[in-house]
Design a protein around this ligand. Structure first.
Ligand SMILES: CCCCCCC/C=C/C(=O)SCCNC(=O)CCNC(=O)[C@H](O)C(C)(C)COP(=O)(O)OP(=O)(O)OC[C@H]1O[C@@H](n2cnc3c(N)ncnc32)[C@H](O)[C@@H]1OP(=O)(O)O
Length: 719
């Protein structure tokens, strides 16, 4: 809807009304068309102001309407009518002017923004392009290079930057609507020809071809298979090389391709899934809207290794007072220096003062006595962690939340070391903890809803995507990683190379294939876990039994590399070789290839040709199958939780929507059929056996993802 009123005698004020962000739904578009017509036909009205209610101009086209209700007046002619008006129209921008919202403002003759407003064309992040004239008007207004930057990245700019770029005409610290009304009065009756952006010639850079080739190359490299950024470049190129009308045709044509693409659907799904995971629920019925978080002002971090340092930085940057505890003097000194460096670099990037004085360091765990919440981040060893939890239970004042950053150990077992297990949850950060967006909040059967709510709220404050998950080995992310990595090892045994497997996964869109990633994170991490699980045995004998552990197929390849001291990047050797320890440039290693040949010969394995399709199906479908098991076990509340964990924590390409969304796109029947096929070929690999939820979903006609919860509920009620 749009509200109309006449203010100051001669200004028609149009207020967009569609809470919470005044998205351009069919009703809002109709409202704009009607009110603009009314203002233009009223002889008392000399100029017009468009604003949004509740301090936000407009969040863009209504994403919820995409793919369903596309009725109502289309945006392009609506904006043209505003631009063609014979009375000046001023956009009063408060809060956000994004996507179609900014395109609407670009159709106005003047734009006045509040100093706190943010502007941008983020359509590319939804798999689209600014198809309401944005790709044609913005380059005409601010030049091709600046427009390319905003349109291909989708980044939001501050009002100050928008003013500097020429996107807005004026910035105010006071009431934007008052300033716009005053301004509208001052320009009433003035000629408008020079204010219609679509009539501007597009500034043509002298090195046009080189500019577009460079940007296209950059976009292709960073987009990892995403099609929208490429289409954005093509649309802006049309603006730079063709008259406006033809440019608009090209924009429309490119949008039509994007609009119906699976990538747009995946990215729009991610937009809503990202928000949906904050509405968590627990199997005992506790939920986000009935559980009140407790405020956390002062927190402590125990253990200042890599993870502890990152967590300390993240907490301090959020504005909390932090007590950072490390019992080893040398480690404490090194950590202090590292944390200060990270804070200083971060502050420089963001143009703020570093939060150094928010942190106090101590070697004595007694220093945490009066904090609201503790995050334990000591070495991943159950004995050590248990001791820390016992100490915390006797040191901390009653009511302190005790969290563990373990990535694999049993949170319930740690909780049982304290007098108040209801105050214990896992806060599983991802390295580097001050950078990575994902936080798994792990609850056990005794964790209180308030403890979960508090950890979720703290994660949000730290700018994380927090996902609440149940307690099980590996929680969600690492549990699903196990079958994925296992398949990659098996593929090497059967004839693949790390390069072949990684290439297939990187072409799919992962920033790094599984072997490159293991080299980065360190092969010894998994080795330690496998030793703990009784899987890795030094000097395994040759022949078949070496590849069977605990009654199922097992590949000792990773263990054998570790036995040789090949721990990945940090030792300069792993699945690849590196110029020196710590170097990041992976090179193919002839030693590794002959090691694999020797291994196959020792175990009587004949190498066969393996193609990309098999790599993807075996690695990804095994991972997805485990995702279905996680849903079946009630460890994740819904597929969106799993997908956001993979998108934000494991580099799953966002334009493929996360593993569970991807399974739906491929077709659940197809995933089931391929898993069955591979399980028949490898009956000693339980991860390839399709789980009952997948069978159940296929038997129910493969419902769309938003209906899976009903099937899961039915399954749980029958167990
Ligand atoms: C072929 C015909 C199509 C022509 C299209 C022409 C081209 C135009 C395309 C577009 O405009 S696409 C949309 C572009 N806009 C965006 O990408 C902005 C998306 N929104 C945001 O970035 C943020 O929501 C915000 C506006 C900065 C506000 O952030 P805040 O943190 O304050 O709130 P949120 O939790 O993010 O959102 C609140 C609530 O609003 C819902 N929502 C937000 N934006 C939209 C939208 N554009 N359409 C529909 N719904 C939107 C969001 O999902 C939240 O809902 P709930 O989770 O509370 O239900």
């Amino acid at each position: 809807m749009a509200k109309y009123s006449r203010v100051s005698g001669s200004v028609g004020l149009i207020t967009l009304q569609n809470p919470p962000v005044n998205a351009l739904s069919a009703a809002v578009r109709q409202g704009i068309v009607d009110t603009v017509e009314r203002a233009l036909s009223d002889p008392k009205v000399k100029s017009v102001v468009i604003c949004g209610q509740n301090g936000i101009f407009c969040g863009g086209a209504d994403i919820k309407e995409f793919g369903s209700n596309m009725s109502g007046p289309p945006l392009v002619p609506m904006i043209h009518a505003i631009e063609a008006a014979n009375k000046p129209v001023v956009a009063a921008i408060e809060g956000s002017a994004l996507g179609g919202g900014l395109e609407l403002a670009l159709g106005c003759h003047y734009r006045i923004a509040h100093s706190k407003a943010r502007l941008g064309l983020p359509e590319v992040t939804l798999g689209l392009l600014p198809a309401a004239g944005g790709t044609q008007r913005l380059p005409r207004l601010i030049g091709v290079p600046a427009a390319l930057d905003l349109i291909t990245t989708g980044r939001h700019v501050t009002a100050a930057e928008a003013l500097q770029l020429g996107v807005v005409d004026q910035v105010t610290d006071h009431s934007t609507v008052d300033a716009a009304v005053k301004f509208a009065q001052s320009v009433a009756g003035k000629p408008l020809d020079a204010r219609r952006i679509s009539t501007y010639p597009c500034p043509r850079p002298s090195d046009l071809d080189a500019l577009f080739e460079g940007v296209m190359e950059k976009v292709r490299q960073s987009a990892r298979g995403a099609i929208a950024p490429v289409a954005c470049v093509q649309a802006v190129r049309a603006a730079a090389t063709q008259p406006y009308t033809q440019g608009m045709e090209r924009e429309k044509e490119l949008m039509a391709t994007l609009f119906t693409s699976g990538q747009a659907r995946a990215l729009q799904y991610c937009f809503f899934a990202q928000r949906a995971v904050s509405r968590w629920s627990m199997p005992n019925g506790a939920r986000w809207d009935t559980s009140k978080p407790r405020p956390v002002h002062k927190a402590a971090v125990i253990g200042l290794g890599t993870m502890g340092r990152g967590i300390t930085v993240a907490l301090a940057q959020t504005g909390l007072s932090v007590i950072a505890v490390e019992t080893q003097e040398k480690q404490l000194m090194e950590a202090k220096q590292a944390v200060s460096g990270m804070l200083e670099r971060g502050a420089k990037r963001r143009g703020v003062a570093p939060a150094l004085d928010r942190i106090s360091y101590s070697r004595d765990i007694q220093a945490v006595a009066d904090v609201d919440l503790v995050i334990e981040a000591v070495f991943e060893d159950m004995g050590l962690k248990k001791k820390v939890f016992q100490q915390l239970a006797s040191i901390c004042r009653p009511g302190t939340f005790l969290c563990t950053n373990t990535s694999a150990l049993d949170v319930d077992h740690l909780a049982s070391q304290t007098h108040n297990p209801e105050l214990v949850v896992g806060m599983h950060f991802f390295a580097p903890a001050h950078v990575m967006k994902l936080l798994e909040v792990v609850y056990g059967p005794r964790s209180s809803p308030q403890a979960v709510a508090t950890a979720m709220q703290l994660g949000k404050k730290m700018g994380k995507i927090s996902v609440a998950v149940g307690n099980c080995p590996g929680f969600v992310g690492n549990r699903m990683l196990k079958p994925y990595m296992e398949q990659a090892f098996f593929l090497l045994e059967e004839g693949a190379t790390p390069e072949l497997v990684d290439r297939a996964l990187e072409e799919f869109g992962f920033p790094m294939g599984v072997f490159r990633m293991s080299d980065l994170s360190g092969l010894d991490v998994g080795w330690r876990v496998r030793k703990g699980d009784g899987l890795s045995e030094p000097g395994a004998p040759s022949g078949q039994p070496a590849r069977i552990r605990q009654g199922r197929r097992y590949s000792p390849l990773g263990d054998l590399l570790c036995e040789q001291g090949r721990f990945g990047q940090k030792t300069g050797r792993g699945w690849y070789q590196y110029n020196k320890p710590g170097s990041r440039v992976a090179r193919s290693d002839p030693w590794l290839h002959s090691f694999l040949e020797g291994y196959r010969a020792r175990h009587g394995l004949v190498a066969r040709r393996i193609d990309n399709q098999e790599v993807l199906e075996r690695c990804l479908y095994a991972l997805i199958n485990e995702g279905f098991r996680i849903l079946e076990d009630g460890i994740a509340a819904g597929p969106e939780d799993i997908d956001m964990i993979y998108v934000f924590g494991y580099g799953w390409p966002r334009h493929r929507g996360g593993p569970m969304f991807y399974a739906g796109m491929v077709g659940l029947g197809k995933v089931l059929e391929r898993l069955e096929h591979y399980h028949q070929a490898h009956p000693d690999v339980p991860y390839l056996k399709p789980c009952s939820l997948l069978w159940r979903l296929v038997a129910s006609g493969s419902p769309p993802l938003h209906k899976w919860r009903e099937v899961i509920k039915k399954l749980h009620s029958q167990l």
